[in-house]
Design a protein around this ligand. Structure first.
Ligand SMILES: [Cu+2]
Length: 156
């Protein structure tokens, strides 16, 4: 008798959980690094971050293949229309929401991208979040026109 009640309870619980849908997973996708045509200027890194089961902050994007990285936001002066960039220490990634780092908006700037990603056409990056989660992302590397890096073309 007791066992039967227990079984029914478990089944009811499974139904309840099932109706909530899949739990959102914190992830980074569509990552592309666009090289600056001038080597001394920073390259720009764009991607989408998809929020997980809880709100977190993106604290840092780093790579062993560049000297320095910074997260930037872009703002436009409503009076003059002048565009300016400012560094961000952290970016809120709301649960289940997509946060875009894209051309004309939030982005990561990378100084001193070395020869390894330029020859491979891809770069390894690490995203650090406030819940201590680290996500490794391999991103495509391209020139401004969307083609492979010149250093990779030279090898073919
Ligand atoms: Cu910038």
């Amino acid at each position: 008798m007791d066992r039967r009640v227990f079984t029914l309870g478990t089944a009811a619980m499974a139904l309840l959980l099932g109706s909530c849908g899949p739990t959102p997973q914190l992830k980074v996708k569509e990552a592309v690094l666009t090289l600056s045509p001038v080597d001394s200027n920073p390259s720009s890194y764009h991607f989408n971050v998809y929020g997980g089961p809880q709100d977190v902050y993106l604290l840092r994007v780093s790579t062993p293949s560049a000297i320095r990285t910074e997260m930037h936001d872009v703002s436009v002066d409503p009076k003059t229309g002048a565009v300016s960039m400012s560094p961000m220490q952290r970016v809120l990634i709301p649960s289940g929401k997509k946060v875009e780092f894209k051309r004309g908006g939030k982005h990561v700037m990378m100084w001193g991208v070395n020869l390894i990603p330029r020859r491979l056409g891809e770069i390894e990056t690490e995203f650090l979040f406030s819940n201590n989660e680290r996500i490794l992302v391999k991103a495509r590397v391209q020139e401004m026109d969307g083609t492979d890096p010149d250093e990779k073309k030279a090898l073919n």
